[in-house]
Design a binder for this molecule. Structure first.
Ligand code: SF4
Ligand code: SF4
Length: 56
């Protein structure tokens, strides 16, 4: 399991990549992508995203 990123909402700001304690997020081609194997579903990125693009 991992978080879901709504690519229509994501602005590529990178805020979530700075908040993930496991480095499971990165921005590729202007959109956040999650390494599903690394995500522990802690929820930190969900709260950090200013565009509300991430959900658990
Ligand atoms: S839920 Fe936690 S572990 Fe998963 S991508 Fe977000 S911040 Fe990282
Ligand atoms: S914080 Fe939200 S808008 Fe910014 S890169 Fe991450 S998912 Fe996209």
């Amino acid at each position: 399991m991992a978080v879901t990123i709504d690519k229509n909402k994501c602005t590529g700001c990178g805020e979530c990549t700075q908040q993930c304690p496991l480095d499971a997020l990165k921005v590729e081609d202007g959109k956040a992508v999650v390494d599903e194997g690394a995500c522990a579903e802690c929820g930190a990125c969900v709260d950090a995203c200013p565009a509300s693009a991430i959900s658990l």
